[in-house]
Design a protein around this ligand. Sequence first.
Ligand SMILES: C[S@@+](CC[C@H](N)C(=O)[O-])C[C@H]1O[C@@H](n2cnc3c(N)ncnc32)[C@H](O)[C@@H]1O
Length: 138
Amino acid sequence: MDPFSGKGTAPLEACLGGRVGIGNDLAPEAYVLTRAKVRPVGFEEVRSWVERNRSFIEGYRSSDAPEEVEVFYSKRTLRQILAVRELLERPETDVEWFVKAVMLGILHGSPVTPSRSSAHTRSRCLPDTSSARSRNWA
Ligand SMILES: C[S@@+](CC[C@H](N)C(=O)[O-])C[C@H]1O[C@@H](n2cnc3c(N)ncnc32)[C@H](O)[C@@H]1O
């Protein structure tokens, strides 16, 4: 059991060892990432989720996003992100939680100065959308 489990390494290792892993963290994104790790889904499940939702995603027309998020994406990509965000607002299935975790990893970039508040969702090669406003939006 890890009472401050962050990205969920301890629960994941417990599961890999055939044990029951328990993680706790006050950050909601820690839950999203940990859940995806302890209940992973396969490539085909993700592909089929995308296929099932493709027409919704491609037909999405709203582009209502904070300016600080908008600057990083082309209009089409931003609409796709917004569509996926809407689809995953209240995930239910393993594949939905998994895709949400993947999206969190993709959407948050590397800070110049690491911040404890969003350390779970940083990628080294993508733009930093991790201000408090952007994090709440994502
Ligand atoms: C350094 S990370 C944990 C890393 C993790 N233990 C590991 O081994 O990979 C610290 C975590 O503590 C969480 N945290 C901080 N204060 C907390 C609190 N009062 N209750 C629950 N979690 C908390 C943070 O959100 C953060 O994810």
